[in-house]
Write a protein that binds this ligand. Structure first.
Ligand code: GTP
Ligand code: MG
Length: 205
């Protein structure tokens, strides 16, 4: 897929105020500073579409971007930033959870994991919560430019092996770097594939 247009639409903390139109939506989630906003810029080929920062905790809102006038890409706040106050962390958790649980347009959640880090409890618990709530997700390893190719291979294999201790099968896995742009074509091809399917909106009847 080629990204021809990418427009910022709205930011808010309330899932009820997100765009009401029924389009496929893909959201990026993960720990603060893992590279969510950078990856949104990388796959859309825009430098400053999403705001990035070397200081964790930059994105605090649910940010909707309309891509090719067809589907939404959503930048979410990061979780687990230890230096935020307890109330601040609870507020971020509330925003993230209410968005994920109340957004039927959400076709797939991309969970970003820093490829340099060993499996962290907070990410494992988050994945368990996604599983319990039947939220479709993929894993996206980020910042792989910071590892040699053999170190990246070893780290990802170890991560996947750890996941298989608790999961029967692995979700789709992507290998990315916002610096050298690896993973861009694979992510866009996957999104394109999902966009061809009818939007699955469960009805209460
Ligand atoms: P919050 O919004 O604070 O949760 O962070 P975020 O997950 O959106 O991370 P962001 O994209 O703002 O990036 C955080 C820092 O990591 C910035 O200094 C980026 O330049 C850097 N970064 C992001 N992706 C990559 C990458 O693929 N490679 C390298 N080397 N640095 C990256
Ligand atoms: Mg961000």
């Amino acid at each position: 897929m080629i990204v021809n247009s990418a427009k910022f639409v709205i930011s808010n903390t309330d899932v009820g105020k997100c765009p009401a139109d029924m389009r496929h939506e893909f959201a990026f989630i993960g720990r603060s500073n893992v590279g969510k906003s950078s990856l949104i810029n990388m796959i859309t080929g825009r430098k400053n579409l999403a705001q990035t920062s070397s200081t964790p905790g930059k994105t605090l809102l649910i940010n909707h971007f309309l891509i090719n006038d067809e589907w939404y890409l959503v930048d979410l706040p990061g979780y687990g930033y230890a230096q935020r106050s307890k109330n601040g962390r609870l507020e971020i958790k509330r925003i993230i959870e209410s968005y994920i649980l109340n957004r039927p347009q959400l076709t797939c959640l991309f969970l970003l994991i820093d490829g340099r880090h060993k499996p962290q409890k907070i990410d494992m618990e988050f994945m368990e919560w996604l599983g319990e709530n039947e939220i479709p997700f993929c894993i996206v390893f980020t910042k792989l430019d910071k590892l040699s190719s053999s170190a990246a291979k070893t780290a990802i294999a170890a991560y996947c092996a750890k996941l298989l201790d608790t999961w029967e099968e692995l979700p789709p896995v992507f290998r990315t770097s916002s610096v050298d742009k690896r993973g861009k074509d694979q992510l866009l091809a996957y999104i394109d594939e999902l966009c061809q399917l009818p939007l699955q909106i469960e009805s209460c009847s």
